[in-house]
Design a protein around this ligand. Sequence first.
Ligand code: APR
Length: 234
Amino acid sequence: MARIVILTGAGVSAESGIRTFRDANGLWENHDITDVATPEGFEADPALVNEFYNQRRRQLCSNEVRPNAAHEALARLQRELPGQVLIVTQNIDDLHERAGATDVIHMHGELLNQWCLACGERTRTRDDIVDHTSCPACGERGRLRPDVVWFGEVPYEMDRIVNELESCTLFAAIGTSGEVYPAAAFVQYAVAVGAHTVELNLDASRAFSYFHEVRRGLASVEVPKWVDEVLAGC
Ligand code: APR
């Protein structure tokens, strides 16, 4: 069981050039959530939804996007405290892994995974998903969707996440607005078991009042400082 559980959100990838959702010019300012982030939206217009994620996958796979100092500091924390640090991310990018993180749960899925609705298999892709793309596992065409958890769908690995929260001694939420459940409630699980809780965020999240400690600022500045302190205290 990890002693330290870290929840990350879009704010940890913002300085890598990936848009957040609810900041000014965020993704939800230019797209209707119901059109591009619900099963009903996909049912109504799979090509529109796939293209929304194709654009984000192309950016992620371009050389304009790379891990920032926050991703690198969290990977360092995992390296220095083997087996004691779990990263639960709401992000669908692979920047934690590209920074060297090893134990990462993508509770909202992954942009680089596709999910075949014909055979149920999930396979990796760095390419666009279009209507004639065939599933590498079963060969079916036109049945692929992004392996991303949409509103109204169940986040991945919730049993493991709750188990880890219920046994952690330190919980940190980094770069998340606390607007979306169940992630926004994770701090309450940690408080209930007596863990120390810290929020590292540019602005006060909706859940900030549950945290013992809040640190305001850019993730690329605050997270490396915080990691240094955690390691110094070990
Ligand atoms: N450093 C630290 N925090 C930042 C930075 C930064 N450079 N830039 C933005 N933030 C903070 C903002 O203040 C905001 O509170 O990151 C947070 C981003 O909030 P959201 O855009 O709501 O992203 P997130 O919390 O990850 O959204 C949760 O909502 O739409 C769904 O599935 C989607 O996973 C996403 C979920």
